[in-house]
Each structure stands twice: as C-alpha cells, then as structure tokens.
Design a protein around this ligand. Structure first.
Ligand code: URP
Ligand code: ZN
Ligand code: ZN
Length: 472
C-alpha cells in the first residue's frame, strides 16, 4: 500500500526542507507538496524531522569474545537499533586462521538471517594474508558484496594481526576495491603493560585504561596511515577515542592520504573517571580503546565539526554486568571488552551535538547515516531521502526530553552506560524499506524481515536509475 509522510521537515546531509514523501513498493517514489493522496496511508509527521534511517557501520552482535558471547544477538540488537533510529547495521564477521572466508561468512549469515529486523551487511576480518586468502578474497567479495576488510592491530594472542598482514591487506584492498578498517592500538605494547600491571597487583578496572594509553592508539593510527600511504590504499580507523589518534588522521588527510575516521558516542560524553566507580562498577565502562581524560571530548567534537572525523559508529558489543563483566573480578584483563551503545547512538549525537550547537543538523545526518552509506557502498539506496532510495525513514521528535535508563532500553543487557543522562529528541516512528519497524514508539517489526545488503566497491557510488521528477 502507498504511504505518504506529510507535514514533516525533511533533513538530508545537505538540505533541510518541508515536503511530503510518497512511498511505494519499499522505495521513495515522490517528494513534493502536491502529491496524490488517493488510496494512500497518511502518516502525519507534524513538528517532526524526517531523517534518512541511521546507518551504524560498527556493530558486534552475537560475537564470541573474552570467553563469552555478546548478550545482544541480531534480533535484540537490531530491535534496539531500530528504536534508536538506525535502519542499517554493518556487523563484523570474525574469521579464524586456517578457516575459509566463506565458512566464516556462512556462520555470520546463520546468526543474522532469521533474526534481523532491519537491513544488515558484513565487514570481513582478515587475520592472515596467505595464498589461500588471496585466492578466496576476490571470490567472496564478488559473491557476497563485501567491500570492507577489518584488521585488528591489538588484542594480542586473540585477534591481532601483524604489520605484514595489514600491509598486504592494504595492497590487496587497493586492487580489489575494498576499504580497510583498523582497530588502531599497539597490541604488543599494551600486552606488556597489562602483564606488568597485574604482576604489580593492579587488578581493578581503571587499569584497563591505564595500560592502554592514548600514545598506543596514536602510534598505531599513525603507523596504519603510513602503511596506507605506502600501499597507495584506503583506510578507515574505527572508534577513534583521543586527540593523539585524531591528530594522526588529520595530518594524514592533509598529506592527501585516503583515510577516514570514526568516533563513537561513548568517547564524546563519558570519560576515564567512570572506570574508577566503586564496587567493580568501573567494569561497565571497559572497552577498547578505553575512555580517555575528559578534555579529549572537545577535541573529538571539533574534529567532527571540521570534518577531520567523518562517521559515528556505536561499537555495540554488549555484556551483562552480572555474569559477564564480572569474569574480570580480580583481573581487569579478563573483563569482556565492550558496551551497549546501539540504541542511543543517534539520540546522543542529536542531543549533545545538534541541540548543544556543536554540529549542524545536516552534519548530524551525514555523520549518523549518509557518510557511512557512501564509504561502504550503500549510497544512494541507503543514507539519504531521495526519489529511488529505499524508504528507510526516521520520524524524529526534536523537542521531547527523556532520561536514558537500562530499565527502559531494548538492548538485552542489565545496564546502560549512559544511565541517568538527559537527552533531547527521540525517534517516534521508523520505517525500513517502507514498512514500519517502530510505530509511535512501539515495535511492530518482524524477526527476519531485515535483508542482507551486498555493497558496491569502495569509491564506486551506485547509479540511481530510478530518479523521478521532484515536484515541489
Ligand atoms: O571493546 C570493544 N571495542 N569491543 C569490541 C571489539 C572492538 O575492539 O571493536
Ligand atoms: Zn576495536
Ligand atoms: Zn568494535
């Protein structure tokens, strides 16, 4: 059935304007002011912004990590994402040495298929670069439409790859049209500092932050940037947490290196002191890179405003406080790393960014949706409101205030790291390919309705063949 969203203010990465949107067969068929309402379901968006659905380029759902598995799977995680105004996620498909890439991808499809309520895609982890991987990579990239490869420079003895692997991945990505993503921390230095801290009897959660200093992130970011330059390739640095790393990215961009940076809401509003909370509560804030001294927040906001950082990921990687985080009682290095962020990513950026005048409304859309669509080969089907685009739409009330709380959130975990934080603005209704997933703040979607998205190669924007006249 045809739907028309009327009376809203449409906001894209470049424009803000009042117009109605007609949705037919899952896509936006018309944008204008004299649309035919005949036979259409009318959705009133009076007083609301109408945004393109958020795109979260960084999630870990149903992921084994640190001797346990993330609490949110593709069902609870994508339901929470939808409540928060996100309609597409790109999750990290982990691989193992010696296992075929296709087998790892099949495992991730099995996790997502019957569960996701919104559309999803996968980045592919590269742990080794040998003849088998080199042979298989072009095949799976083509068949699966996977065009981003992830290399961990940290988590020694677990996920960490060496510099040769990173460099060969960069060279191969250039040839194949993929974007290389790095977790940039110096894993060897961190491993040394962690062992030393434990030997000295320093076991509390705060030592997670103290053994992963900002210099270890800055060094790895700078090294990855130089290797990218050497390979003539392209790089996306995930979860930038501090001035040292942001500066390395800005300098590399000034040199003309093709490098992009993502930060996350947690680094913009929380700080290292949270890890000092008593009664082991600091463990709730243990993720990597760690939270930093508060002054870094302003550096990150400025980098978003000036375009030196370009996207916001959630790095959703959730563990219960009771039963999972407490695996690290008495040894901070055993606390599973990660936090539940997927639901509040968009709200926090709107409230702390737009409402507090740190970024513009159009920048907010670019940061939470459009730029990720462009970088990861989804644009213009995803990431904008345009004729021919998928009708992934968020109707957002910009004035309502709410308090974030673990009691009210939809993630499967027993705490929320932003507990008690007051935010302005909230998604009211969310549509995925023209169907309501959230309607008037109630979940009305269906597990398995989310579609797997094959993506275009890096730098190849897709042609929108369905452009129709815009009637304004
Ligand atoms: O602590 C984190 N960030 N957990 C998820 C894995 C990663 O490093 O992104
Ligand atoms: Zn990471
Ligand atoms: Zn991550």
């Amino acid at each position: 059935m045809k739907k028309i969203i009327k009376n809203g203010t449409i906001v894209t990465a470049v424009d803000t304007f009042k117009a109605d949107i007609c949705i037919e067969n899952g896509t936006i068929s018309q944008i204008g002011s004299q649309l035919s309402y005949l036979g259409a379901e009318i959705i009133d968006a009076k007083g609301c912004y109408v945004f393109p659905g958020g795109i979260d380029p960084h999630t870990h759902l149903d992921m084994p990590f640190g001797g346990t598995v993330t609490k949110d799977d593709f069902e609870t995680g994508t339901i929470a994402a939808a409540f928060g105004g996100t309609t597409t996620i790109i999750d990290f498909c982990l691989t193992k040495k010696g296992e075929t890439l296709q087998s790892a991808i099949d495992t991730w499809h099995a996790k997502a298929q019957a569960k996701a309520v919104i559309d999803y895609s996968f980045h592919l982890q590269i742990v080794e670069m040998n003849e088998n991987v080199l042979m298989e990579l072009p095949v799976v990239m083509e068949q699966e439409g996977i065009t981003s490869l992830k290399v961990f420079m940290a988590y020694k003895h677990q996920f960490q790859a060496d510099d040769e692997t990173l460099f060969r991945t960069l060279v191969t990505a250039k040839e194949l049209g993929a974007l290389v993503m790095v977790h940039a921390e110096n894993g060897d230095v961190i491993d040394f500092l962690v062992k030393k801290a434990l030997q000295e009897g320093n076991t509390e959660p705060i030592f997670h932050a103290l053994t992963r200093p900002p210099q270890a992130e800055g060094e790895a970011t700078g090294r990855a940037a130089i290797l990218t330059e050497l390979a003539g390739s392209q790089l996306y640095v995930v979860h930038v947490s501090c001035a040292e790393a942001a500066e390395k990215i800005a300098n590399a961009r000034r040199k003309g290196i093709d490098i992009w940076g993502e930060t996350c809401p947690q680094y913009l509003v929380l700080d290292q002191s949270y890890l000092e909370k008593p009664n082991f509560e600091g463990a709730k804030y243990v993720w990597s890179p760690p939270l930093r001294e508060k002054w870094n927040q302003e550096v990150l906001w400025n980098a978003l405003k000036s375009g030196e950082l370009q996207t916001i990921g959630s790095d959703q990687c959730s563990f219960d406080f009771n039963g999972q985080k407490d695996l690290g009682k008495g040894d901070f290095s055993k606390i599973p790393n990660g936090g539940p962020i997927i639901e509040d990513r968009v709200s926090i950026l709107f409230s702390e960014g737009v409402v507090k005048d740190r970024i513009s409304l159009n920048q907010f859309v670019d940061l939470t949706s459009t730029r990720a669509a462009k970088l990861f080969g989804l644009y213009p089907k995803k990431g904008t409101i345009a004729v021919g685009a998928d009708a992934d739409i968020v109707i957002f009330n910009p004035t309502v205030e709410r308090i974030i709380s673990g009691k009210a959130h939809h993630m499967a975990v027993d705490y929320n790291p932003f507990e008690g934080m007051k935010v302005t603005g909230e998604p009211v209704s969310v549509l995925s390919r023209g169907e309501f997933v959230i309607r008037n703040k109630k979940f009305v979607g269906k597990a398995g309705a989310g579609m797997y998205l094959k993506r275009a190669k890096y730098g190849n924007s897709q042609v929108n063949n369905e452009m129709k006249t815009i009637k304004l």
